[in-house]
Design a protein around this ligand. Structure first.
Ligand code: FUC
Length: 750
């Protein structure tokens, strides 16, 4: 049967594509509501000159949990969608307090800030009819629609990457419907200037970082005028509002992370956008977005009419217990939407909340958290076909190496046996964007970051990148671990004095650390083999890899989390339901343990994972990780069950809710779904390795496998009925289809 698929793959897939056109209708890819996001009166045009005092608390306001997020990977907005009192929270990804933070103290590391907000008052638009608010993932457009006094009003909002602006379009089906006020507020209290059709504010944070925001209104019909810090408009048929923002941040240690003042660039973007008709701006944005988004389509089956009629806030909770295929597809694609909206080449990577933040004192500083969270953010980048969106992580890491090396050399924590500073850099659990770190050392975070550098090559096959960019960081980190590892009396190498993240004691040979260092060494050896370089050091690293203490199996069949089983009431017992599954790194995202190569350890990993369970203090991101782990252990049923549990820990707008809102679970679940459908970590491309019974029939196009291969496939009753592999380079691969391993040469992509 299989050769038939191979030979006729293209023709068969034409059939597949026509199916997608029907099932992925705009509705199936919409997050929609019948109500605006809730927000308090006090947040609207406050008389208080420091209007955001009330947000200076560690609270998750309802607005961020319910508003619609748009972003262009630098600027972002959260849209409340109230007809008469619209509020958009504005963000700029580089607006951070803090600096190099030499003490490493978490409290002084700085925090990601809110930029400000835009408030639109439309008196008379209260209590409308036919209200609808939606985010269309297929086009990256947010809408608010309603009717009042016989007029149909439409608000459309997007954040354009090519034009580098936020655009808001207010239109109606009858003329003269827009009379109201527009205000722009700085989250740090600077006053707003109003002039003709423009509003702006600018200021500097305590660390000297300059920021600026400008807004411009273009009206059709009616009048517009600036009055005491706001803009008033009267009798307008429609309005286009354009917003530009920026800071003087530069991702460059040599320049102390500062570049030119943002004003000139903002003015240029706004002037260019203003010259274009709104439709052209919109079309340019949609085209740019779809060039990434449309690479992957997923069909898990049809939802019922009753499910489709439920708005997202209600529907997400139903999805915990009743299978809702289009909702599951939506959550998968939402992770891709959020990645495209938050992480593009040249910009900053997604932080704990992506780039959406409504507070100047956000929990955990809205930082880059290195013991699972930022890594999880980037798990989908390669398999979900958004490889270029991975690059901000590499840029940020590379730009921090110098200050991280300095901090590592100065720390008493890292010394060689002879008391010398170790070579290279280590990272604390948290870091900012200006070389500053905070909280405890997360010793193996350096090696975990290296996994991302490696995986970018593993999927893309880009040897130049591997040689120029990835290999030097990987080698430096191998050298760090060469100096830092400790030899046990039996010659085994252990990571000294480390922590299984946020769980149990600090001690030698914790499995999390052992597995991550193994992953680094193993990837480095493979990288040297691929490039044919550094023969001697490659051999040395291979020897160190083989001396690393391996994971072990404990008394109840579990994979040990620590070197020795704990004599504790909870730790490492079947009652240990901790949110982290750190010792299972080797299963996912690592590849030291697999069903094929280490079946006993894989079995033990499953015992541990089953015990960690779905209850206790499991968080949104924990469910995503557990989904991916079960997928790697070929347990589609449990993977799916964890996926369904995740719906119960989402905000109404489908952001992860830790609380507060946290984005890692959104990205993590997208990656986990990829693992359920296609795996490629074990030297073969495995199709449907963890398909749950609920996903009876379906199809997916555009997933990526290691080796620069793109995979399309369709299935019925859990069995692959059709698949198509393409690659830009002619190469033999091994594909596992319905349990049978076949050699194959993917079709050449153009
Ligand atoms: C890790 C987790 C927490 C939270 C924090 C931001 O420390 O243990 O649950 O996600 O990151």
């Amino acid at each position: 049967m299989l050769p038939r698929f191979r030979n006729s793959a293209t023709a068969l897939f034409l059939f597949g594509f026509s199916q997608f056109a029907v099932c992925l209708s705009a509705n199936a890819q919409e997050i929609w509501f019948q109500n605006p996001a809730l927000f308090g009166e006090e947040n609207v045009l406050p008389a208080d000159p420091t209007p955001f005092g009330k947000l200076g608390k560690n609270v998750a306001t309802q607005l961020i949990n319910e508003a619609l997020p748009v972003g262009n990977a630098r600027m972002g907005a959260l849209i409340a969608g109230d007809p008469a009192k619209e509020r958009l929270i504005l963000n700029e990804a580089s607006l951070w307090t803090g600096d190099q933070n030499p003490t490493g103290d978490y409290g002084s590391m700085g925090a990601y800030q809110m930029l400000g907000d835009l408030v639109l008052l439309l008196p008379g638009h209260e209590n409308p009819e036919n209200y609808r608010r939606d985010l269309d993932l297929a086009q990256s457009l947010a809408h608010v629609g309603y009717a009042k006094n016989g007029i149909k009003y439409t608000r459309e909002i997007f954040c354009s990457h090519p034009a580098d602006i936020l655009a808001i379009r207010l239109s109606a089906d009858k003329p003269g419907g827009y009379t109201g006020t527009l205000a722009l507020n700085d989250a740090h209290g600077a006053s707003t200037s109003a002039e003709s059709h423009a509003l702006s504010f600018s200021g500097a944070l305590r660390n000297g970082m300059k920021y600026e925001t400008r807004l411009m209104v273009i009206n059709q019909g009616g009048t517009v005028e600036a009055t005491s810090g706001t803009i008033s408009f009267k009798g307008c048929d429609s309005l286009t509002i354009l917003v530009g923002a920026g800071t003087d941040y530069a991702m460059d240690y040599a320049k102390s992370y500062r570049g030119s003042a943002p004003g000139a660039k903002i003015a240029l973007s706004l002037a260019a956008a203003q010259r274009k008709p709104y439709e052209a701006l919109r079309a340019e944005h949609v085209k740019d977005y779809q060039s990434l988004y449309n690479r992957v389509s997923l069909d898990l089956g049809k939802s019922s009419q009753a499910q489709k009629e439920l708005p997202c806030d209600k529907r997400r909770l139903e999805a915990v217990t009743a299978f809702d295929p289009e909702m599951e597809t939506l959550l998968f694609q939402y992770g891709r939407y959020l990645m495209i909206s938050c992480s593009r080449p040249g910009g900053l990577p997604a932080n704990l909340q992506g780039l959406w933040n409504d507070s100047n004192t956000p929990l955990w500083n809205c930082d880059y958290h290195t013991n699972i969270n930022i890594q999880m953010n980037y798990w989908p980048a390669e398999p979900a076909n958004l490889s270029e969106c991975h690059s901000p992580l590499f840029s940020l890491v590379l730009s921090q190496l110098e200050p991280w090396r300095k901090a590592t050399a100065e720390s008493p924590e890292f010394k060689t046996a002879s008391g010398q500073p170790v070579h290279g850099f280590a990272i604390r659990t948290s870091h900012n964007i200006t070389g500053g770190m905070g909280w405890k050392w997360d010793k193996t975070a350096n090696a975990w970051y290296c996994q991302h550098f490696w995986e970018h090559y593993a999927f893309s096959g880009d040897k130049d990148y591997l040689k120029q960019i990835a290999l030097p960081v990987m080698k430096e980190t191998c050298q760090f671990w060469e100096g830092e590892l400790k030899a046990e009396p039996d010659g085994k190498l252990v990571v000294p004095n480390a922590w299984s993240p946020e769980h149990g004691p600090t001690e030698d040979g914790v499995n999390y650390s052992q597995e991550i260092v193994w992953d680094l060494f193993n990837n480095f050896v493979t990288a040297c083999d691929v490039l044919g370089v550094d023969h001697d050091y490659r051999n040395k690293v291979a020897q160190m890899r083989d001396k690393l203490l391996w994971p072990k199996i404990g008394s109840w069949g579990q994979l040990l989390e620590w070197k020795q089983e704990k004599k504790d009431r909870v730790l490492d017992t079947p009652n240990d339901h901790h949110r982290h599954t750190s010792h299972l790194f080797a299963v996912y995202p690592g590849r030291q343990i697999s069903i094929e190569k280490t079946p006993d350890l894989a079995k033990a990993a499953k015992v541990s994972l089953d015990a960690r369970g779905a209850m206790g203090e499991v968080k949104e991101w924990s469910y995503a990780w557990r989904t991916a782990l079960y997928a790697r252990l070929h347990d589609g049923q449990n993977a799916h069950s964890m996926f369904q549990h995740l719906f119960g820990t989402l905000c109404p707008n489908l952001f992860g809710l830790h609380p507060p809102m946290q984005i890692d679970g959104n990205y993590g679940i997208t990656a986990a779904v990829c693992e359920m459908l296609v795996q490629s970590h074990a030297g073969e491309i495995s199709l449907l390795p963890a398909i749950p019974a609920a996903w009876k029939s379906g199809s997916v196009t555009g997933l990526r496998a290691r080796g620069n291969v793109t995979v399309d496939l369709a299935w019925k009753e859990g069995k692959v009925t059709d698949f198509h592999l393409v690659s830009p380079t002619p190469q033999p691969v091994k594909v596992r289809v319905n349990g049978v391993l076949k050699p194959l040469i993917p079709a050449l992509s153009r």
